[in-house]
Design a protein around this ligand. Structure first.
Ligand code: EPZ
Length: 427
């Protein structure tokens, strides 16, 4: 297994190109199952999760060519509406084939994703919605068996209320509704920009989606029972952009331009960064991040979009570990998303955990150490900490980071970081 070694140093300066959004690419690639035509997705990042999705689509019978930033998906000889545990266990988002498969083929057998490092993450809302569209759902030996009305019939539109705004739940039901008979209304939806992006693509494919990006979405299903293919370039990754924003602000003198990033999708994060004393300005199709003074402590609470993103909690917490004073970071989305804290404490950070809250007292210095990545965003926070720690930090189990960050060590080196990947560092 690879590791990443970082020698802490001075401020980052220069520019970084922001890749396409992982969490937009995954559902959109699954949406290709709604059409037999040849679809093309552009601006796709080269990530392990994209490869896993491609492998899943191939297993389902699709011809998939991944040549990042382009992915081509076309119908193969036959379809096997089944997502096996071996693939789903690698990436929970594989559950996003469930809605398209049962809507398109009348039945599907998809492995339950099971829990993950950051929380139990049930899919009850996904299943509740499919039942409301006329599906029968059985759970059998770790698999969800979904069948359309009357065995393999077309799904029926309905009004569905989410007990909790769920990103992939909203996306799964939008895709199912795109082939259901009639007009579905989804209420209390997730409003993330990635949900909105999926809405744009479904409209390109011939569905009628209104309100994506708001808490009420209407979807009129296609009468034809199949959608048209698409050619689409996805939005930039706001979480990748946010991660580099924090990296740039870790040191006084930091001055980094994020090419291709859009402020519009990052308001909550930008507001907190500015409150901490970081200068953030839009420059054409880029964002410039500068730090020219001390960091002020700022409290954050993660909430669904447009609130402060949980996927930026770990990175922001590292920033606050260097602020002048005490800040409180509260995680309300996932019940176990502070796995990075014990590793940061090993680097000398002063953080106390109280249930779903971290009390962070800023320190003058972090110390290089060997640390263990536990999940995607936690691993990003450890790399950021290593950028300002003294001596050397070695982040292990970086396969987590390869799931969601394209060529992170190259991008950081381009703005002055002393960072390298050590192949096979761990047995
Ligand atoms: C998406 O996960 C993202 N993944 C996550 O990003 C992100 O952290 C999360 O949304 C929240 O923003 C993708 O888009 C592929 P949820 P998702 O369903 O859809 C509970 C990253 O780092 N819930 O919105 O799985 C759930 O347990 C990843 O890129 C139910 O109770 O998250 C959680 O507490 C990590 N029942 C809350 O809702 C359900 O049926 C929000 O989860 C569904 C969810």
């Amino acid at each position: 297994m690879d590791a990443i070694r970082i020698r802490g140093g001075g401020p980052l300066q220069g520019s970084v190109r922001i890749s396409g959004a992982k969490n937009a690419a995954l559902p959109i690639l699954c949406a290709t199952l709604l059409s037999d035509g040849a679809s093309c997705l552009r601006n796709v990042p080269a990530l392990r999760d994209i490869d896993t999705t491609a492998a899943l689509l191939r297993f389902l019978g699709r011809n998939v060519v991944v040549a990042a930033p382009r992915v081509d998906v076309a119908a193969g000889s036959s379809v096997r509406p089944e997502a096996p545990y071996e693939l789903v266990k690698q990436m929970r988002a594989s559950v996003l084939v469930l809605g398209p498969l049962v809507a398109r083929f009348g039945h599907a057998r998809v492995s339950l994703p099971g829990g993950c490092q950051i929380g139990a993450r049930p899919i009850d809302q996904h299943l509740k919605g499919l039942k409301a569209m006329g599906c029968t759902i059985r759970l059998e030996r770790g698999y969800v068996i979904a069948e359309g009305p009357g065995g393999r019939g077309r799904l029926r539109a309905n009004e569905i209320y989410f007990d909790i705004p769920t990103v992939t739940g909203t996306e799964n039901l939008m895709m199912a509704a795109a082939l259901a008979r009639g007009r579905t209304t989804l209420i209390n939806c997730a409003r993330e920009p990635e949900v909105e992006e999926l809405g744009r693509v479904l409209n390109k494919m011939g569905a009628e989606v209104d309100g994506a990006g708001t808490d009420v979405i209407h979807v009129r299903g296609s009468e034809r029972g199949e959608l048209a293919p698409f050619d689409h370039a996805i939005i930039p990754d706001r979480i990748e952009a946010g991660t580099y924003m924090v990296a740039a602000a870790m040191c006084e003198g930091g001055d980094v331009v994020l090419d291709g990033a859009e402020l519009g999708d990052m308001e909550a994060l930008v507001a907190k960064m500015r409150a901490a004393g970081v200068e953030i300005a839009s420059e054409g199709r880029s964002i410039r991040v500068r730090r020219r003074g001390p960091l002020r402590p700022v409290d954050v609470t993660t909430t669904p979009h447009p609130g402060f993103p949980t996927d930026m909690q770990a990175q922001f917490l590292v920033l606050m570990s260097r602020a002048h004073g005490e800040s409180v970071v509260t995680e309300t989305i996932f019940e176990n998303r502070f796995m990075h804290v014990p590793e940061l404490q090993r680097m000398g950070a002063n953080i106390a955990l109280r249930g779903n809250t971290a009390i962070v007292k800023g320190v003058d210095q972090l110390y290089g150490a060997s640390v263990m990545a536990t999940d995607l965003r936690a691993s990003a926070s450890l790399v950021i900490a290593g950028l300002v720690a003294d001596q050397e930090t070695e982040v292990r189990r970086v396969y987590h980071i390869d799931r969601g960050y394209e060529r992170i060590e190259e991008k950081l080196r381009a703005v002055g970081a002393n960072i390298e990947r050590v192949r096979g560092a761990e047995s």
